[in-house]
Ligand binder design. Structure first.
Ligand SMILES: Nc1ncnc2c1ncn2[C@@H]1O[C@H](COP(=O)(O)OP(=O)(O)OP(=O)(O)O)[C@@H](O)[C@H]1O
Ligand SMILES: [Mg+2]
Length: 451
């Protein structure tokens, strides 16, 4: 998430100097304030990237107490703001004090446009570099197509499968619990596919009433039914040259299943109220969280349609079965939301990390994303705690009594967690685990851990 912030706030009580400074920064979005209150209000509302702050602010223009208080206030609201304090001549001491309080730089009057714009320009550049650095740091080797984040071997193979089938025209069926990332993978198939210049059109079969679904999918001619006031294209036509994503396919009414099957076989549609066949070239991706085989047995889903749509089925595992992904995704979402909220938090407390690891995540990645978003907004401390996440951790695993299995499972989990905690570096992971590096390498080989 890169935000280009071009806002410069000038805090200066002398109107003459204010307009002089403003004049020399025409390239920026300049905001103005003349005292502490208006400066803090501007920071709250507009989050300027850089602030020039006159230390001698009213009501006490002969000393710097009001200026220093404003500096503190700004950094409390937006700690990453680059504040350049402007002092009178021979006020080095105050300048140093301000830098000690977190100011980025200082500038001594009299005002010289060239020098001031140099300092301001450098502050903006530094902020840009900081953002870029953060972005590079966050987009680790664990970022796959389309922003899919994963380090677990389970998800690595899903990502590999998506990349492999994307360029083909095979119909893909994405299976997985709610919130596992079916739609993000469907978009990945589109972006990496041959039809990526066309539209990605998604339709949720469960969200549209049965009687409207047909016209949504196939479109209709004017006068085809009451209310059909003008000719309207359906979603399939809109996706021509692109990808059609049929979400919650298990909820497609049986009558429409026959119609869709016909389209999949012949690749032509007829709008409701017309017999003119319209050829459509579209990549089909389907998804469902339901067990289609069970539905077939109950007579609720056509077997022939099932074989058509599942040329290549891809099963997306639930989050609780992905080794190491919870912490990785948690850190990723944390960085994203924290940056958006002014970067005030530092990370997770230890108890927060372990509560996330032992939670079963019934709502999968979407639930994790929502809980972290809420915790970032609500947290009052520097670190997000287990309480902020409000997880009800009661791991309900069925017990396996085989000691060797248990030992291996625990070792495996501990190693994967340690490696993902230290971003894939072996030496610090070995230190965390209390073993030597060669021992850790042996275990990684023995347990066939991919990292
Ligand atoms: N591996 C991942 N990396 C980053 N973000 C992810 C990942 N998986 C899912 N997400 C995000 O989690 C949210 C849920 O994903 P998505 O909508 O793809 O799930 P879904 O399986 O379609 O869910 P549902 O069945 O509820 O429709 C989205 O905001 C998505 O961007
Ligand atoms: Mg979905």
């Amino acid at each position: 998430m890169s935000i280009k912030n071009n806002k410069l706030l000038i805090v200066e009580d002398d109107p003459g100097l204010q307009s002089q400074i403003r004049w020399c920064f025409e390239d920026y979005d300049v905001l103005l304030a003349e005292d502490r209150e208006s400066a803090l209000e501007q920071v709250r509302q507009h989050k300027p990237a850089v602030v020039t702050l006159d230390l001698g602010l009213p009501p006490e223009t002969d000393n710097t107490s009001e200026g220093m208080a404003t500096l503190k206030g700004i950094l409390e609201i937006e700690p990453n703001t680059k504040v350049i304090v402007v002092t009178g001549q021979d006020e080095k001491e105050n300048a140093v004090k301000a830098v000690g309080l977190g100011a980025y730089d200082f500038y001594s009057k009299p005002f010289q446009p060239e020098i001031m714009s140099l300092i301001v320009g450098r502050a903006f550049r530094l902020l840009e570099l900081e953002h870029e650095n953060k972005r590079l740091h966050n987009s680790s080797s664990h970022e796959h197509f389309n922003g899919v984040i994963a380090c677990s071997s389970q998800m690595q193979s899903v990502c590999k499968a998506v990349e492999k089938v994307a360029p083909s025209d095979a119909t893909v069926l994405l299976l997985g619990e709610s919130g596992t990332g079916k739609e993000i993978c469907a978009r990945g198939l589109h972006v990496k596919g041959r039809n990526n210049k066309g539209n990605f059109v998604a339709i949720n079969c469960a969200a549209i009433p049965d009687n409207l679904l047909e016209s949504e999918l196939f479109g209709y001619e004017k006068g085809a039914f009451t209310g059909a006031v003008k000719q309207t294209k359906g979603k399939i036509e809109h996706a021509d040259g692109g990808t059609l994503f049929l979400d919650e396919m298990g909820d497609l009414p049986i009558a429409l299943q026959a119609k869709l099957l016909r389209f999949l076989q012949e690749r032509v549609i007829e709008r409701i109220g017309s017999h003119t066949p319209i050829p459509v070239n579209v990549r089909i991706v389907c998804a469902t969280h339901q067990n289609l085989r069970e539905k077939i047995e109950k007579g609720e889903f056509r077997e022939d349609l099932f074989y058509r749509i599942s040329e290549i089925p891809i099963e997306i595992p639930p989050l609780r079965d992905r080794e190491g992904d919870v912490v990785l995704l948690a850190k990723y979402f944390f960085n994203e939301f924290n940056e958006h909220h002014g970067g005030k938090l530092k990370g997770f407390s230890k108890d927060a990390l372990s509560s996330m690891e032992s939670y079963a995540w019934p709502g999968n990645v979407r639930e994790l994303q929502n809980r972290i978003k809420r915790a970032v907004i609500m947290s009052d401390e520097k670190y997000i705690t287990a309480a902020d996440l409000e997880l009800d951790t009661a791991p309900a695993e069925r017990m396996n009594y085989n000691l060797k299995d248990i030992r291996e499972k625990v070792e495996r989990q501990a190693i994967i967690r340690a490696i993902s905690h230290v971003n894939g570096k072996i030496a610090p992971a070995a230190e965390l685990l209390g073993v030597s590096r060669p021992t850790l390498y042996d275990l990684i080989n023995k347990l066939n851990i991919k990292y």
